[in-house]
Design a binder for this molecule. Structure first.
Ligand SMILES: CC(C)(COP(=O)(O)OP(=O)(O)OC[C@H]1O[C@@H](n2cnc3c(N)ncnc32)[C@H](O)[C@@H]1OP(=O)(O)O)[C@@H](O)C(=O)NCCC(=O)NCCS
Length: 330
């Protein structure tokens, strides 16, 4: 049994924070941010308005269900990718199952593979469908990174934003055309210190002094991440193409993780792919971690760029360091 993407959905918080807004918070400026990252604005959740990762996911999931012409109880597995879940316990996938009013007690679990999370989820969904263990898998990437950012650190707070994207992966009927062609997943723990958040876990529970020092937030070695990212995204693409027996010319669209415009540009150069084939929306949302790929994918379908039958590559990397790609005929 092969699988395909049946439908997608997104949710973006209403509150927009521009680079100009950031100029009032830290010593930065719109020109520096835009030139170095390609970002102009990001969205920020409103906690007072009940805008949390599973709330965003619920709204995105209704869109995806409608696009896939399915009811909530048709979903028999939820995979929720996030490094900013609503709670430590229970898991976000179970919370989402309840919010969608599902009564079928389907499998529901979270994965925390950072910015590769959605691609990990899609590839896992593909495997569950191939082995007959699932029929319709809801894969979500939903993040509220604004909670984990040190808003006094200009090297990090300018990069990230909140948002959610999701897709329903289901069975592909024989001869239909739309199908996942190749998948690739991996991790390289030797780079685990390039991007981490060591305080707040079992090893180092948050204490008062962490809160005072601000050492409980995410930390990143931007330069190291940049170098790894470009190499990884290019390698991901090559591995997937080889597995599928296709060449770079066969790709219609690449939906890369949106961490930095220059990373995407360098990857395109390494692969000798024209920038017109790269789906890019980092300008509007910054890096929303596990949500970047599904948001960019959904928007490109909605505005008519990506059409059924196109060959598309999801291509991601993230903290861990994790990486993954999905090559499919949409
Ligand atoms: C973070 C990143 C944008 C930094 O860009 P860069 O070109 O490497 O910039 P540098 O860190 O070398 O900083 C250059 C200068 O700008 C300054 N600077 C840093 N942040 C700034 C900001 N927000 N505004 C203004 N100046 C800033 C630095 O202090 C430095 O000044 P100096 O030369 O006087 O020391 C870039 O490294 C990056 O995008 N990395 C990858 C991030 C990533 O992939 N993250 C997600 C992983 S999933």
């Amino acid at each position: 049994m092969r699988s395909k993407i049946l439908g997608t959905g997104i949710y973006l918080p209403e509150k927009v924070m521009t680079n100009i807004d950031l100029e009032k918070i830290v010593d930065t400026n719109d020109q520096w941010i835009y030139e170095r990252t390609g970002i102009r604005a990001r969205r920020i959740c409103n906690p007072e308005g009940g805008e949390f990762p599973t709330d965003m996911a619920e709204r995105a999931a209704w869109q995806a269900l409608q696009a896939a012409k399915l009811e909530p109880n048709d979903i028999d597995m939820i995979i929720f990718a996030s490094v900013t879940p609503d709670y430590k316990l229970p898991n976000s996938a179970s919370v989402l199952q309840q919010k969608l009013g599902m009564t079928n007690k389907c499998t529901a679990f979270d994965i925390a593979t950072a910015c590769s999370g959605f691609v990990y989820g899609v590839n896992m969904a593909n495997s569950f469908i191939q082995t007959g263990m699932a029929k319709n898998v809801l894969v979500v990437g939903s993040e509220m990174l604004s909670r984990e950012i040190d808003w006094t650190d200009r090297t990090i707070c300018i990069l990230f934003g909140d948002g959610c994207g999701c897709a329903i992966v289901g069975q592909s009927e024989d001869g239909e055309g739309s199908e996942i062609l190749a998948t690739h997943l991996g991790a390289d723990g030797s780079g685990k210190e390039f991007f981490d958040q060591p305080v707040g876990g079992a090893v180092t529970p948050i204490k008062e002094h962490h809160l005072k020092e601000g050492t409980h937030f995410m930390r990143m070695k931007g330069g190291e991440m940049f170098k790894v990212a470009t190499r990884t995204l290019a390698d991901n693409a090559k591995v997937c193409l080889e597995k599928a027996g296709l060449s770079l010319e066969d790709i219609d669209w690449v939906v890369p993780h949106q961490a930095n415009y220059r990373i995407i540009e360098t990857t395109a150069k390494l692969l000798k792919l024209p920038m017109e084939k790269m789906i890019i929306n980092i300008e509007n949302y910054g890096n929303t971690s596990a949500a970047t790929v599904p948001i960019a994918f959904h928007e490109a379908i909605a505005d008519g760029r990506i059409k059924r039958g196109d060959i598309v590559l999801f291509d991601a990397f993230g903290a861990g360091l994790t990486f993954g790609a999905t090559l499919f005929r949409y």
